[in-house]
Design a protein around this ligand. Structure first.
Ligand code: GAL
Length: 380
């Protein structure tokens, strides 16, 4: 009898322990895309269009802080930062870059547009460098600027340095001489943000913007193994992507850049590298509405780039599972890569959610499949 009791108590204890373990996995150690994702204070994470920096064993997630209502699509607060050791649980580190007060006449005045912030660390200058897509207040998306801010501390506060149109005065490395002498031909051209009335080589947008610098909207940063950092942005009225090398401080362009996928209207670029190959994931150009992702591969960052098919497979693939790419994270010390995307909610931006899915490499490229819930410990 005593024996039976002991066995029973043992079984009950085991069940209780496994229930607890299960609960822990359910709540804190899985990625669940497209739903509310609470930080360690229980508040939905507010870091949209974000990117992640891994620094001294900690991940830092920087993204657009959104507020309620239509005005929430413009910068009302700034760039929000969160930290995590495990990628599941995120601690609110506050606002890393704050907008300037209304009427301050600053480029990053409240009501400007600050999108897709990305941060990298410069080992030489010991500064954290943030780049973001900046549109000055009141001019919608016409400024097409890149903003730069730096900080001595990863979580900020970041100090706004300047905004630029990239590569003023420089031709792309792969721009044909025939176009350099061809006149600009934009008279009567129509730009909608998602289309142009004639192909770029006819309009010669590079030449149009040569003196003041090229347009730069959706963007990302990529740090290569040799410490070189590249700014990748949608340019030429969103029609064409540019890959531009930054200087050693990571705060200026060098004038060395290439254009890729002319007239393909790629946005939301995210670059990553695996086994010596460079990959890009991007979206098409349909504003806040999701569309089918694009992907590309290259042996060298300055090309040739080869476009690959939509990497998403299965149900939802035609809308990237209702998301738009913002970053690809290599999990530190592993060869696991995570796709990070946004489910935008333009009518109430603060409700936007995040889609995080594992990337699976194939012989020719990579694929992404929907998972209701998953963890880094799942078998591949
Ligand atoms: C998207 C872009 C977003 C934002 C939005 C505005 O295409 O990726 O970052 O700019 O358009 O409509």
């Amino acid at each position: 009898m005593n024996q039976l009791r002991k066995v029973l108590i043992g079984v009950i204890l085991l069940l209780a322990i496994s229930a607890c373990a299960q609960k822990k996995v359910e709540s804190g150690y899985v990625f669940i895309s497209g739903e509310e994702w609470r930080d360690t204070d229980g508040v939905h994470i507010n870091a949209h269009g974000g990117g992640i920096l891994h620094h001294e064993g900690i991940y830092y997630w920087f993204g657009e802080h959104k507020i309620e209502g239509q005005d929430g699509n413009r910068a009302q607060v700034g760039v929000h930062c969160y930290s995590s050791q495990d990628l599941y649980n995120w601690k609110d580190e506050g606002i890393a870059l704050s907008v300037m007060p209304e009427g301050s006449d600053s480029d990053i005045e409240k009501g400007s547009i600050i999108e897709r912030p990305k941060v990298i660390y410069n080992e030489k200058t010991k500064k954290f460098v943030m780049w973001f897509h900046l549109e000055l207040k009141g001019v919608k998306y016409s400024s097409a600027l890149s903003g730069i801010a730096t900080s001595d501390r990863v979580t900020g506060p970041y100090t706004y340095l300047k905004s630029v149109r990239p590569n003023a005065g420089h031709w792309p490395l792969n721009y044909p001489d025939s176009l350099k002498i061809k006149p600009v031909n934009v008279e009567g051209a129509v730009f909608t943000g998602g289309s142009i009335s004639s192909p770029t080589h006819e309009l010669n947008l590079i030449k149009r913007d040569l003196d003041k610098g090229q347009m730069a909207r959706d963007m990302t940063l990529f740090r290569d193994d040799d410490g070189k950092v590249y700014h990748i942005y949608s340019s030429e009225e969103n029609s064409t992507l540019h890959i531009a090398l930054l200087d050693e401080e990571y705060t200026n362009h060098t004038g060395e850049y290439i254009r890729i996928f002319a007239d393909r209207f790629m946005e939301a670029p995210a670059m990553f590298k695996k086994d010596g190959k460079y990959y890009l994931i991007m979206s098409g150009c349909t504003g806040w509405a999701p569309n089918a992702a694009r992907s590309a591969v290259a042996d060298s960052i300055f090309g040739e780039w080869k476009e690959l098919p939509n990497p998403c497979i299965g149900e939802g693939a035609d809308t990237t599972f209702e998301s738009q790419s913002t970053f690809v994270l290599q999990v530190a010390g592993t060869d696991k890569y995570i796709y990070l995307g946004d489910r935008w909610r333009p009518e109430n931006p603060i409700e936007g959610t995040y889609v995080w899915l594992p990337i699976h490499f194939t012989d020719n490229g990579f694929t992404i499949e929907w998972k209701d819930r998953w963890s880094l410990d799942d078998p591949n």
